[in-house]
Design a binder for this molecule. Structure first.
Ligand code: UDP
Length: 350
């Protein structure tokens, strides 16, 4: 069987690394890796291939940054060309980026069966580009792998139960595997001078496209009772000149996944608008403050593990003080999501 995997953005490299490892253990599957080039900076792309030992992409479509329409359109055109040439049996897409929807759409139009990993996530906020990408990808794919039972239920509500399978979350698989290989050599230099700190990331368009929201967030970070280590996303870096903040915020370049796991493990708490980091905080026993108006990962909200605070400075400063954490659920599976996904695809051959 030949599987074409479409990736393009940081969180997809982390998910694909785990799937690719399982694929390589199957001598009867050949994987063709197609990188759309959506993320192209060395520290947003190359470092993940190197650290996570993802094979070199067979194709790099070098689409790069552009408006949504232009970027998705160029991906669609270039992915179609590769699929026509490679004629895979399945196309595999991940998550909720423009690379996801372009990959699924190119495949379905060529009548190539398509599986969507991390299906069934909904924020119910249609202004998020990711929400549109998820809905579209789920509804045009042939097989949907849901990370949680909640995602399964949402897919069923949309009439997609027949093609949905519960796999658990590949990011949980990833963290279990890679946290074992994190060592002192992955300690970022910023920690040499810090004892206790919060770990933060901010890059969602709902914050970066709204200068006042970003300012509230940076003002809150400036007043927190511990320094805030902030690996800065390129989209947010462009905006820093227009924001007021003080040196309680330690801005660093984006780090590799293993450095990120080191930062996470030693942090006091996490503040983020990332989908992936909310879950990783949960997996690693860290309380999280989510700088968004809603979350798709509602399981993390139980027992004070995660608070939705939007860009409200007072709420950020208030919720960071909450410490009475309760039990965590095992909603994200058993750490073998990747095997379940590959077996789910192989089962279709029978
Ligand atoms: N991440 C990383 N280095 C960084 C910041 C984030 O490796 O400097 C990882 C993070 O641990 C998580 C993933 O990137 O696994 C999240 O990606 P991102 O926040 O870009 O996307 P989202 O999760 O919001 O889709």
């Amino acid at each position: 069987m030949k599987i074409a995997t479409i990736i393009g953005a940081r969180p997809q490299f982390i998910k694909a690394a785990t799937l690719s490892r399982v694929v390589r253990a199957h001598s009867d599957i050949k994987e063709v890796l197609i990188h759309t080039g959506q993320h192209y900076d060395a520290n947003m792309s190359d470092v993940f291939f190197r650290q996570l030992q993802i094979p070199e992409p067979d194709y790099n479509l070098e689409v790069g940054s552009a408006s949504h329409g232009r970027q998705t359109g160029q991906m669609l055109e270039r992915i179609e060309e590769v699929l026509l040439k490679e004629k895979p049996d399945w196309v595999l897409t991940y998550g909720d980026t423009n690379s996801t929807v372009a990959g699924a759409l190119a495949a379905v139009k060529l009548h190539i069966p398509t599986a969507h990993v991390e299906a069934g996530l909904r924020s119910f906020n249609r202004k998020m580009p990711e929400e549109i990408n998820r809905i579209a990808s789920d509804h045009i794919s042939d097989l949907l792998f849901a990370p949680t039972q909640n995602a399964m239920a949402l897919l069923a509500k949309e009439g997609l139960a027949d093609i949905s399978r519960f796999s658990g979350d590949v990011m949980y698989d990833s963290i279990l595997f890679y946290s074992k290989i994190v060592t002192e050599k992955h300690k970022p230099a910023v920690l040499d001078e810090l004892n206790a700190y919060y770990l933060a990331t901010v890059h969602r368009p709902e914050n970066t496209d709204a200068p006042e929201r970003l300012q509230h967030i940076f003002s809150a970070f400036s007043e927190l009772d511990k320094p805030v280590v902030l690996p800065i996303h390129p989209r947010t870096r462009h905006l820093l000149d227009n924001i007021q903040f003080n040196d309680n915020i330690r801005i660093i370049d984006p780090v590799g996944y293993l450095e990120m796991l080191y930062l996470l493990k030693h942090s006091a708490k996490v503040l983020t608008d990332s989908g992936g980091l909310q879950k990783e905080a949960y997996f690693m026993n860290k309380a999280c403050i989510t700088l968004r108006d809603q979350t798709e990962w509602i399981e993390t909200l139980e027992n004070n593990w995660n608070f939705i605070v939007a860009a409200d400075k007072d709420k950020i400063l208030d919720k960071i003080q909450v410490n009475n954490l309760g039990a965590r659920s095992d909603a994200f599976g058993d750490g073998h999501a990747a095997e379940k996904i590959i077996n789910g695809i192989l089962d279709t051959e029978e």
